[in-house]
Design a protein around this ligand. Structure first.
Ligand code: NAD
Length: 366
């Protein structure tokens, strides 16, 4: 009997519908080739959900995500929602989804395609061979800490957030990062600001404790976040697994994205202790190019590959998708964000057509 995997699809806002449409076609294509099928349950989130229901994360969307085998998301957010109260904004829907699904571990792999070495703003000799994984804590830290808010003070208005981590939150994300280091090259660099922040001092203590008790064979180092930002562009090859809190990982992984040539290249997986994972590109809804068929769909396609590998255990299908991406890049196809001067870019859909052809003509057809 053919297996049917249940995918909840959250297209979201801006370029979200364009890039997820491409990823869906490709998932269906690799499914046909590898003898499984996929059922897609499309649900609104972010601005699209605000328009439809008044809420950025309707209860029915969260429930559909919890019931799925895996969730594929595009992106959320658009300028016209920026003036809404914080609890009604698209970004609140995404934070609520991560929290509601218990997705505390965000995995952001950064590998440089050989075909894109010259697309990066950094020199070839700096980025050639870069292969690192950012493991970002996703449901704690300053995005969720309390108290937070805005008050009228004597000398004007004051706004504040709280960066807080408890020991068990640090321990569980550290374990994920150590496990990954064990499967990779055995090196973990934990990023913090322990010279200034109490929360970082606890972070460092707990990472060291987990290291000592369970992962002593892993080579562990600590780095202040400001130095990590500098080292990422100075010598990114020094890193294997980078462990970060929520805010630091958000910033450092966007920086790391540029090693690969474009933010349109980087996928991610968000995982909990159990239950379905959420797979999405690391970029946002790119309102400046939304609806113009200019978006690079590759980060979403590579997120779909992570969905297949991690979420559905369909390793061969995942490898097929990744190979298709390499093949179209090697053949010289590029969306506008990756263009060299003088070349004519492909649109999002045309890039999807090339990927589809690469999947359908790949030699591993079975
Ligand atoms: P962004 O990532 O949307 O865009 C930054 C720049 O990168 C833009 O110039 C954009 O055109 C370009 N870009 C991004 N993805 C691209 C792609 N696939 N192909 C080609 N170019 C691409 O970041 P922003 O402009 O800071 O934020 C826009 C909106 O997205 C905001 O509302 C923000 O809150 C939201 N956002 C959402 C997520 C998410 O859904 N996970 C993440 C970050 C930002």
């Amino acid at each position: 009997m053919t297996t049917t995997h249940r995918i909840t699809l959250l297209a979201g806002d801006g370029i979200g519908p364009e890039i997820t449409a491409v990823a869906r076609l490709l998932l269906e294509a690799v499914g046909r080739r590898h003898g499984f099928s996929l059922s897609f349950n499309e649900q609104p989130i972010g601005g699209a959900a605000i328009d439809a229901t008044g809420e950025p994360l309707p209860a029915s969307t969260l429930e559909a995500c919890r019931q799925a085998d895996a969730v594929l998301m595009g992106s959320i957010g658009a300028p016209r929602y920026d003036t809404l109260p914080r609890d009604k904004r698209p970004e609140t829907g995404l934070l609520g989804l991560r929290r509601g699904m218990g997705l505390f571990a965000n995995l952001r792999p950064v590998a440089i395609s050989p075909s894109l070495i010259d697309a990066s703003t950094l020199r070839r000799e700096v980025i050639e061979g870069v292969d690192l994984m950012v493991v970002r804590e996703l449901t704690g830290g300053i995005y969720f800490g309390t108290p937070k808010g805005r008050v009228d003070a004597e000398d004007g208005v004051r706004a504040f957030n709280t960066m807080a981590y408890s020991d068990h939150e640090i321990d569980r994300i550290a374990r994920v990062a150590f496990e990954l280091a064990r499967q990779r090259r055995g090196r973990l660099c934990s990023v913090d600001k322990a010279n200034v922040l109490d929360v970082s001092q606890l972070w460092r203590e707990r990472v060291e404790a987990i290291h000592l008790t369970s992962f002593s064979e892993i080579s562990l180092s600590h780095m202040y976040v400001d130095n990590a930002a500098m080292q990422l562009v100075r010598d990114p090859r020094q890193f294997d697994v980078l462990l970060t809190g929520n805010l630091f990982g958000d910033i450092l992984s966007d920086e790391a994205a540029m090693l690969s040539g474009s933010i349109g290249m980087l996928p991610s997986a968000s995982l909990g202790e159990s239950g379905p994972g959420l797979f999405e590109p690391i970029h946002g809804s790119a309102p400046d190019i939304a609806g113009q068929d200019k978006a690079n769909p590759l980060a979403t396609v590579l997120s779909a590959a992570m969905l297949l590998r991690i979420g559905l255990k369909e390793e061969e299908a995942a490898a097929d998708l990744e190979q298709a991406v390499e093949q179209v890049l090697a053949a010289g196809y590029r969306t506008a964000d990756l263009m060299a001067p003088g070349c004519r870019p492909l649109g999002c859909m045309a890039m999807g057509d090339q990927l589809l052809a690469a999947v359908e003509n790949s030699p591993s057809a079975g």
